[in-house]
Design a protein around this ligand. Structure first.
Ligand code: FMN
Length: 187
């Protein structure tokens, strides 16, 4: 086994697109890989100081969409430039924003699935950053991506994951097992 110095190499990492409104109701989006599920209803996201954190400080509601192979260029773009210093950041993505039904935050039309979230706690001293804990209050899924049983069909979505080792995005592949089930063979 070869050893490597401590790095942010948890695998696989999500590509979360965080949508917020600024104080004038203008939509912004950023890319975040350092986030995950905290418990049945809550998520946790590690945030630096961004236009997104400025927006959350005055309106603690946001959306989280999952980036796809089709949206990779604009999803990376919103992780490279800040709404703080590029006023037409969102126009450049081509994404259309609508207000989410249950939170004061934008839903972008290009993503199969979007969480509507409310901040419960923000913690940190790095210029408004740190980490946030938020409640998922509703989940939206474009009907095109529903399975026959009416639930979201993740395999249809072409979701991507962030590879922090090579700094690439990798498309999720096919189902290889059944959770809480395949392991029973060894019980
Ligand atoms: C692949 C990728 C992952 C990122 N993950 C995070 C993250 O987890 N937390 C964070 O604060 N910033 C993260 N960023 C950086 C922000 O997306 C970036 O600073 C962005 O410009 C912030 O936009 P805003 O200032 O308009 O809110 C990531 C960027 C990329 C490209």
């Amino acid at each position: 086994m070869k050893s490597f110095k401590s790095s942010a190499w948890i695998l696989p990492q999500p590509v979360l697109i965080i949508g917020t409104f600024d104080k004038n109701g203008k939509a912004n989006a950023m890319n975040a890989a350092w986030g995950g599920q905290l418990d049945m209803t809550d998520i946790i996201i590690s945030l630096g100081s961004h236009a997104t954190t400025d927006n959350l400080a005055q309106n603690p509601e946001f959306t989280v969409a999952f980036a796809t192979a089709e949206t990779v260029v604009a999803s990376d773009f919103v992780g490279i430039v800040s709404g703080r210093n590029m006023p037409d950041k969102m126009e450049r993505t081509g994404w259309k924003a609508e207000k989410a039904p249950n939170v004061n935050a934008p839903v972008f039309n290009v993503f199969p699935m979007t969480l509507e979230c409310k901040v419960k706690r923000m913690n940190g001293e790095r210029g408004g950053g740190g980490y946030l804990v938020a409640e998922i209050v509703n989940i939206l899924c474009d009907e095109k991506y529903l399975a026959a049983d009416g639930k979201p069909d993740v395999e249809k979505m072409n979701l991507i994951t962030f590879n922090p080792v090579q700094h690439t995005y990798i498309q999720l592949g096919k189902t290889v097992g059944k959770a809480f089930s395949d392991g029973l063979k060894l019980k």
